[in-house]
Design a protein around this ligand. Structure first.
Ligand code: AMP
Length: 503
């Protein structure tokens, strides 16, 4: 009966004959079998339909990470709805924008937020789900019989809308179809060799493409087990490693784990794969990880609108500082001034394939600006392909610095600074400058407290053309990051906007 629903049929296939096998192991709680998970999802679907959800309706969800929240995702898709997860950090005024834009039929929130959400939810039905998986939605679901017949949905129907992190302007809702999600996760499962024998440490949030689609869908498609953690926790991840085989993380997972002396070869001996993405992994982190554990982290690249696009190879060389090759079935090209760039040249990365989204929800003009009629999506990321075909993400196009008429790629300067003794990491930005248009500023996190801006400048001597050299170096204890570990350059630009006042 799952066959009627494109995505569900695929997510269910690997576990159909294995109802009693464990899907999720949750520290401090009992195991959840595949049978439990899908019958829970069936009850959620019945509850949603009972609450008025019709095919194509949006179900907005801002809840803590629990297995019930995964059941809600599956249940929404099963009910023919469109799953709309929201970052748990969003405040009520922020949520108001998403609800106004997406007009969901149902909003599911933490019970503590119900009063506030009621003031902004319009006609939507409000249900609740808390950090232990309890709430009015769960009660409604528990009262339903299992065995819900999934609503028929085709490959092209929408399964989810994920709002982009919105570093500039209004956040846009990326419309993802059943096939966008299933095709990409199938490719990843095969590319990364996931099978039913794997045990994946699942510590990522599930309101973002990485934890929701890459981690959850790949595990379901492989029919493997997950050690399901509510969030990043060094102790819990280190404790899980001896019985796990794979970890998917953002770069900060890896730097935080490296900061713990318990991370070593013995602890990671059972692990076969460490995957990193959603933000650039420093070459130094890649190297340090290999030295400590003997494993080379596999870095991949993607974004909300495209799912995953590039990955380092499983068997071949995993090259630090690169995101590897385009995934099978995904086309990529690097464009500048309307021309495709050869190897070694920087341009804007464009992507085409079954992974590319259907456009921005109710924003046809924005969609037309970024998604070409022939299917190429303009990612806004600057990239370069080397002679061996490995791609490197140079940064966001909007982070490009133009100083005195010259283009300056922050990543080039950041890499040089990061390599200096006493530097933990850096972010290079352009801020308004009366003479040059923009002035280069390096914001640096020291690993050695005696580091000075003068020492950094001296370290760059002879390595950078003078126009690229930072006009100012600022030392700071930490860079501003979002929940996915991405450095917030826009916030930095705002902080240092007045560094070079007009005289
Ligand atoms: P999001 O839509 O929140 O997943 O953000 C996607 C953006 O994260 C991409 O457009 C890139 O700018 C960045 N990103 C993702 N993976 C990587 C990576 N491996 N290296 C560098 N940047 C990355």
């Amino acid at each position: 009966m799952y066959d009627r629903n494109h995505l569900l049929a695929r997510l269910r296939a690997a576990s159909l004959e294995r109802e009693g096998d464990v899907f999720a192991q949750i520290p401090g709680a009992g195991p959840v079998t595949f049978g439990d998970l899908f019958s829970g999802a069936e009850r959620m679907a019945a509850a949603l339909v009972g609450a008025g959800v019709k095919p194509g309706d949006r179900v907005a969800v801002q809840v803590p990470k629990t297995i019930e929240a995964i059941e809600l995702y599956l249940g929404t898709v099963m009910a023919g709805g469109i799953f709309l997860p929201l970052n748990t950090a969003y405040t009520t005024p922020e949520v108001a924008y998403f609800l106004g834009d997406a007009t969901p039929a149902v909003v599911v929130c933490d019970p503590t937020r119900k009063g506030e959400i009621a003031t902004i939810a319009g006609d939507a039905t409000i249900l609740t789900l808390d950090a232990s998986g309890h709430g009015s939605l769960r009660e409604l679901a528990d009262a339903q019989p299992p065995g819900f017949t999934p609503v028929a949905r085709r490959a092209d129907d929408l399964a989810a809308i994920l709002y982009t992190s919105g570093t500039t302007g209004r956040s846009k809702g990326a419309m993802l179809s059943h096939d966008n999600l299933s095709s990409n996760s199938e490719v990843l499962r095969d590319y990364w060799h996931f099978t039913a024998d794997d045990v994946l440490i699942h510590a990522l949030p599930i309101f973002h493409t990485h934890g929701l689609f890459v981690a959850t869908n790949v595990a379901l498609l492989a029919g493997c087990r997950v050690i399901f953690l509510p969030g990043f926790d060094t102790d819990a991840i280190l404790a899980a490693m001896p019985e796990a085989t794979a970890l998917m993380g953002v770069p900060t997972f890896y730097t935080r784990l490296l900061a713990d002396p318990r991370l070593d070869r013995a602890r990671t001996a059972n692990m076969r794969l460490f995957i990193s993405g959603s933000a650039p992994l420093l070459v130094a982190t890649h190297r340090e990880w290999e030295a400590r554990t003997g494993h080379r982290i596999l870095e991949r690249y993607g974004m909300t609108e495209t799912n995953m696009t590039c990955s380092n190879p499983y068997d071949g060389e995993r090259r630090a500082g690169t995101v590897g090759f385009p995934l099978p079935g995904v086309e990529t090209r690097i464009m500048k001034d309307g021309r495709e760039m050869p190897a070694g040249e920087i341009g804007v990365l464009e992507v085409r394939g079954p992974n590319v989204f259907k456009g921005y929800w109710q924003m046809p003009e924005k969609t037309a600006e970024e998604l070409r009629p022939d299917g190429w999506f303009i990612t806004g990321d600057l990239a370069m392909r080397d002679a061996d075909g490995y791609y490197t993400i140079v940064g966001r196009a909007r982070d490009l610095i133009i100083s005195g008429g010259f283009n300056i790629y922050p990543r080039e300067i950041e890499s040089l600074i990061d390599d200096l003794e006493g530097v933990a990491e850096s972010a290079v930005i352009g801020v308004p400058h009366p003479d040059f248009g923009e002035g280069v500023v390096a914001v640096v996190v020291p690993s050695d407290p005696s580091l000075t801006p003068e020492r950094i400048m001296a370290g760059l001597e002879g390595k950078l053309a003078s126009f690229k050299r930072p006009k100012q170096i600022i030392l700071t204890p930490a860079l501003p990051r979002n929940t996915m570990g991405k450095v917030q350059k826009k916030a930095l630009r705002e902080t240092y906007a007045d560094l070079f006042p007009a005289t």
